[in-house]
Write a protein that binds this ligand. Structure first.
Ligand SMILES: Nc1nc2c(ncn2[C@@H]2O[C@H](COP(=O)(O)OP(=O)(O)OP(=O)(O)O)[C@@H](O)[C@H]2O)c(=O)[nH]1
Ligand SMILES: [Mg+2]
Length: 203
């Protein structure tokens, strides 16, 4: 095994890098403590605002390879876990029409994602839940984030998160990104998923 992959304490800290430079691979213990989580959903549902509320460091923006579509990444620390959050372009379904939707679909179905946060507008659940069903059918580990509950409440709509969670069989969190409501609950739900799936990666 490469020394770079070793998780033991075979030599004093820093000695290997002073003698041989940085190892090419981070130690396995570090790899096991990282997760990749993507925010997906229709345009204008509040993904980027939630991304900003969740990430605790500067975001990096890059073009998805071979496209002009921008994908933003940032970091979130939960317990001992380093979570890379990915903010994706708005998409209506997993059947891509635009280049943005194609990028999101590729990210969802071919990248090693540990979890997807499907962000929906709580005022328009009927229009948005079909994509939640598509994610569940595609076996993508998903938390449903019903955002904009402030606007739903203003319109007299009550959002029954526990009923929807029981029907869909996935965790559901309600948030208002503009008012910073539900963010702690969302971090809690991410933490629960990340720690529960530590030894049994989902895909
Ligand atoms: N009232 C209210 N407005 C919100 C909430 N979350 C987001 N918004 C507003 O919705 C608009 C869109 O928010 P974004 O975070 O840019 O939405 P997005 O999903 O990233 O949009 P795209 O990147 O275009 O897909 C902004 O004007 C936000 O201020 C919320 O919880 N309540
Ligand atoms: Mg956005």
């Amino acid at each position: 095994m490469d020394c770079g992959q070793c998780t033991g304490n075979c030599h004093p800290p820093g000695l290997w890098s002073r003698l041989f430079g940085q190892p090419s691979h981070p130690p396995l213990a570090f790899l096991e403590r990282t997760k990749r989580v993507a925010l997906v959903g229709c345009p204008n549902v509040g993904k980027s605002l939630l991304f900003n509320a969740l990430t605790q460091s500067y975001a990096t923006v890059s073009n998805y390879p071979g496209t002009t579509v921008e994908v933003t990444e940032g970091q979130l620390q939960v317990d001992d876990w380093q979570v890379t959050l990915i903010d994706t372009p708005g998409t209506y379904s997993l059947m891509p029409v635009t280049e943005e939707e194609a990028v999101t679909r590729t990210l969802l179905l071919t990248s090693a994602l540990d979890l997807v946060l499907h962000v929906v507008d709580a005022k328009n659940l009927g229009r948005m839940l079909p994509m939640t069903l598509q994610l569940i059918e595609a076996n993508v580990p998903t938390i449903l984030v019903m955002n904009m509950v402030d606007e739903a409440a203003r319109l007299g709509l009550s959002v029954k998160a526990d009923v929807i969670a029981a029907r869909l069989g996935i965790p559901v969190v309600t948030t208002s990104a503009t008012r910073h409501q539900g963010i702690a609950e969302l971090i809690h739900a991410i933490t629960r998923h990340v720690t529960a799936h530590h030894l049994s990666p989902t895909h």
